[in-house]
Design a protein around this ligand. Structure first.
Ligand SMILES: [Ca+2]
Length: 214
């Protein structure tokens, strides 16, 4: 914002910017249960090759637990792709929302195995289905071996409306042949309608400023 704006314009701008930030878009944080891709909002996995040791764990990265029988309780809500595949393998998962959503970006949380970097991935691509064809909207390199074995990643882009999505994870390593990437959560960043209370606050604030101008 220009430092030369008159004081009143600055106040208006600050008010509107803070309301936009609070009400119209979700703020970036890990593991939302209310984002449009979360299974709690009705999304379903449509294409996934399960890790034979962890059947049913595809929805895990969208907040689901499809009865995964992992012996490690903390991983039941993760998606772990199949093991015993070489470096460079592209793991694919596709999912759908009950109705089209307008997507502005995504955020992702992943974890490698401690020490050796196994289960890390070097590249992530997100595509949306438009007119029967997959269109890549986001493509991001990661550190091949995550710092501290954890990864928080995100991207934003021009709004795109779709109901069918595809993520590709390029496996970074083949340590011990047990390198299927582990994805803790993948959340959609979407525009959200402000809560009624937010509208009341915004209208009240605007009315107050209008009165002060007289
Ligand atoms: Ca989620």
């Amino acid at each position: 914002m220009s430092p030369y704006l008159p004081r009143r314009s600055l106040a208006w701008g600050t008010l509107i910017a803070s309301l936009l930030g609070a009400g119209l878009t979700q703020t970036a944080s890990a593991a939302s249960a209310t984002d449009a891709w979360d299974v709690s909002q009705g999304s379903t996995v449509t294409q996934f090759i399960a890790n034979p040791a962890l059947p049913g764990n595809g929805p895990g990265m969208f907040g689901g637990d499809a009865g995964e029988n992992s012996p490690f309780p903390g991983e039941r809500f993760n998606t772990i792709f199949p093991d015993l595949l070489p470096t460079g393998t592209v793991h694919v998962i596709e999912w759908a929302t009950p109705a089209p959503i307008t997507l502005l970006g995504w955020q992702l949380q992943a974890a490698a195995d401690g020490g050796n970097g196994a289960r890390s991935f070097a590249h992530f691509t997100l595509s949306v289905e438009i007119g029967g064809a997959w269109v890549a909207v986001s493509s991001v390199d990661t550190l091949a071996l995550y710092v501290d074995q954890h990864l928080l990643l995100g991207d934003s882009f021009a709004p795109v409306t779709a109901s069918h999505f595809r993520a590709e994870f390029t496996q970074a390593t083949s340590f011990f042949g047990a390198s299927g990437p582990r994805v803790v959560e993948l959340d959609a960043i979407t525009a959200a309608v402000p809560e009624p209370g937010t509208w009341a606050l915004m209208l009240g604030g605007l009315a107050g400023l209008a009165r002060r101008r007289r």
